[in-house]
Design a protein around this ligand. Sequence first.
Ligand code: SIN
Ligand code: MN
Length: 218
Amino acid sequence: MVNKGFRHLPEYLPPARQRALLETLRAVIAAAPLYTPVMPRTGRPLSVAMTNCGALGWISDRAGYRYQATHPATGRSWPPIPPMLLEIWREIAEYPAPPEAVLINYYGPGARMGLHQDRDEADLAAPVLSLSLGDACRFRLGGTRRADPVRTLRLASGDALILAGGDRLAFHGVARIEAGTSTLLAEGGRFNLTLRRVTAPPPSGQKGELTAADRVSI
Ligand code: SIN
Ligand code: MN
């Protein structure tokens, strides 16, 4: 595979598109409320609140990390991925099949996320596409080994970041939120949306819809 690495697209979403995306996000959260996940084994709460949309959602609880089709608190299916997000994926992901999971993280002023890899997906050929809304953050991006040097990027509202090719499994995290750097969210803080492909798309088709058989095999 060609190592296209990561791409940072500052202000990919202009302000009007950020506002439209935020409105859509509020509707998703109304159907699938933000909740506080806990760490595997220890049960220690994360500082980030989470929810998802899509056929699958990424969750963390005492049992571990995984994708599942339902919200852990409400037991309901996650809401579908809004067309606006599918459109952004088509514009910049450079991948033929649509995303299946969108993890929505909300960071209050003191929230952070430790260095980790996104590796719970069966399809590692697909990129991870992240979108930021609200306050900027100090984003940490390392290599594929935990000990690799780590650089700091500033991700601001409207920025897109794509982890692909040789950086698909790069360690990354959020060192801190720069509180008060955006007026987009009335409540302050930062939303990050991570669009991911979870299963490998069927070899022949381009649509890559999940079948019932795929769901049970996850
Ligand atoms: C994540 O890795 O789940 C989120 C990254 C971010 O908040 O930018
Ligand atoms: Mn991640």
